[in-house]
Design a protein around this ligand. Structure first.
Ligand SMILES: [Cu+2]
Length: 268
């Protein structure tokens, strides 16, 4: 029996090492605000750890040091004003100390002034549409073909052989690095949510309403996300891919996009 348990545990450990980018915590991300979000998350985590150590430490110490078998008698008071003041004041002070940096960061997250590029993001069942303002660029972004072909039950394509299975799209969102990008997020049908962890953005896409958010990516790279609001049967099949590229690469990409748009307009 114990051999069986050991085998199961070993299997679990090996399964963990097999998935390379397995992680417990939230990512630090690639924007200043994602780093700030991570830092405040860790600050609150360690405050909670400290509170846990003090509370459970006092409790466990009391249980052992004042146990009945040592001859201790229970106290019989029913009210203590000083204890009530202490257990009210200490949490209030801790909460206020945490609320100040949290509120400051929330305000920064909402401050989309001075953005250099604006993109309207519209969610559909089950894909995304990106419309670059001030540029003649707009396109749909849906699940990439290899994932699409491997998706059905009994498909001939093996999902394990597909790169970034269910996390890849045909047309990624392309943005320049070190640029303040404003996203205006809405929906054409039901509730969706635009969620990219590395950018620290999770914003609801609501029909009839425009939610605004922004990011400035510090690093060139590919950042993946998913729809984060249950939106129907293909909710799990509308991933998000953001390609952050160098400025000149971005301009070249815009050029190709407008070229193909013009060609299509001339000869649909
Ligand atoms: Cu959705």
């Amino acid at each position: 029996m114990s051999k069986k348990i050991l085998t199961v545990l070993l299997g679990l450990v090996l399964a963990g090492t097999a998935s390379a980018d397995w992680a417990l915590n939230m990512p630090e991300g690639v924007t200043d605000l994602s780093q700030a979000t991570y830092d405040i998350h860790m600050l609150m985590f360690w405050v909670c750890v400290a509170i846990g150590v003090v509370v459970f430490g006092a409790m466990i110490y009391s249980l052992f040091a004042h146990r009945k078998s040592k001859g201790h008698q229970p106290a019989d008071f029913s009210h203590s004003t000083s204890a009530e003041v202490i257990w009210t004041v200490i949490p209030v002070v801790i909460l206020l100390a945490l609320a100040v940096p949290a509120a400051k960061l929330m305000m920064e997250l909402e401050d989309d002034r001075g953005s250099e590029l604006s993109i309207v993001v519209t969610a559909y069942q089950w894909k995304w549409h990106y419309d670059y303002q001030d540029q003649d660029v707009e396109f749909y972004s849906s699940l990439a073909r290899p994932s699409l072909e491997a998706r059905p039950l009994g498909a001939e394509v093996d999902p394990f052989g597909v790169d970034s299975y269910l996390l890849d799209v045909d047309n990624p969102l392309v943005v320049p690095v070190d640029t303040k990008v404003r996203l205006m997020i809405t929906s054409n049908d039901v509730l969706h949510a635009w969620y990219v962890p590395e950018l620290a953005i999770k914003k609801d896409a609501i029909p009839g309403l425009v939610n605004t958010t922004w990011f400035r990516a510090n690093e060139v790279g590919t950042y993946r996300g998913q729809c984060a609001e249950l939106c129907g049967k293909d909710h799990g099949y509308m991933p998000i891919v953001v390609e952050v590229v160098e400025q000149d690469e971005y301009l070249a990409w815009v050029e190709t996009q407008t070229d193909s748009a013009q060609r299509f307009a001339a000869n649909p």
